[in-house]
Design a protein around this ligand. Structure first.
Ligand code: FPP
Length: 247
């Protein structure tokens, strides 16, 4: 169990503020493999293990929403064998995930455009969502074929068509309404986004939702990321003074 944060059944130390929603850009798998003279796909396999461990840990300590960036709309440009290896990994992982997250009471959701994946993978994504939807633990958003610009373009198109068909009026368009047309509709914006591997980039991840998000960049490659690194990122967040544009 947590060395630093308590289990969700106990109150957290008073001086610490746990974020409600955490986003993670799981970066550095390729470099991790290269450092060891292994193919990039070995880094993704290890990254998947880290993902499972950290997702469980977040649920244990009482994070309400976790969004992980697993595959971007731009990742299709990678060499065919790397994309193939990632698809295989998603397939085997999503098969296990159906029972895997049951004990943790985790609700699994996918954000992104499912339609580009194989019919088998799409069916697994839907099955994961269906069988976990009535749980009341942490919501885990897995971003797959996700790009934030694409998400915003889709929202704009859907808003236009709903104005045209009379479902909403132009006057009703507000920041809240735009949020309600995104994949994350109904969820709070991320309080904290963690990027391991030392890169200072947002990489098309939750652009609208991260207007007031705190960023923590960690100098660890994702496959090396431990629960203690999560503790550290959360501790840094807890010390930030969030002003939302005020003073
Ligand atoms: C970025 O590292 C990582 C990815 C594009 C893939 C992330 C996927 C996983 C961690 C697999 C687990 C996910 C699930 C849902 C099973 P990179 O390859 O760009 O690393 P580099 O910058 O070092 O090259």
């Amino acid at each position: 169990m947590a060395a630093f944060w308590k289990s969700k059944s106990e109150p957290q130390p008073e001086s610490l503020i746990l974020p409600q929603h955490v986003g993670i850009i799981m970066d550095g798998n390729g470099r991790w493999a290269k450092k060891r003279g292994l193919p990039r796909k070995a880094g993704h396999t290890e990254g998947a293990r880290t993902f499972r461990k950290i997702a469980r840990y977040c649920s244990e300590i009482g994070i309400k929403y976790l969004t992980v960036y697993a595959f971007s709309t731009e990742n299709w440009k990678r060499p065919e064998d790397e994309v193939g290896a990632l698809m295989k990994l998603f397939d085997s992982y999503l098969k296990e995930a159906i029972s895997d997250f049951k004990d943790d009471d985790i609700v699994v959701r996918f954000i992104g455009d499912k339609s580009s994946f194989s019919p088998e993978l799409q069916a697994l994504m839907i099955e994961n969502e269906e069988c976990s939807k009535d749980r009341d633990g942490m919501v885990l958003n897995i971003a797959m074929n996700y790009g934030s610009r694409d998400e915003i373009v889709r929202a704009v198109k859907n808003i236009c068509s709903d104005v045209q068909n009379g479902k909403i009026t132009e006057e009703q368009i507000s920041e809240q309404l735009v949020s309600d047309y995104l994949y994350t509709a109904g969820q709070p914006d991320p309080d904290l986004i963690i990027r391991p591997s030392g890169e200072y980039r947002i990489s098309n991840f939750m652009l609208w939702q991260s207007a007031y998000t705190e960023f923590v960049i960690m100098n660890k490659l994702w496959p090396d990321f431990q629960k203690s690194d999560m503790d550290e990122a959360l501790r840094i967040y807890s010390q930030r003074n969030r002003r939302y544009g005020g003073v």
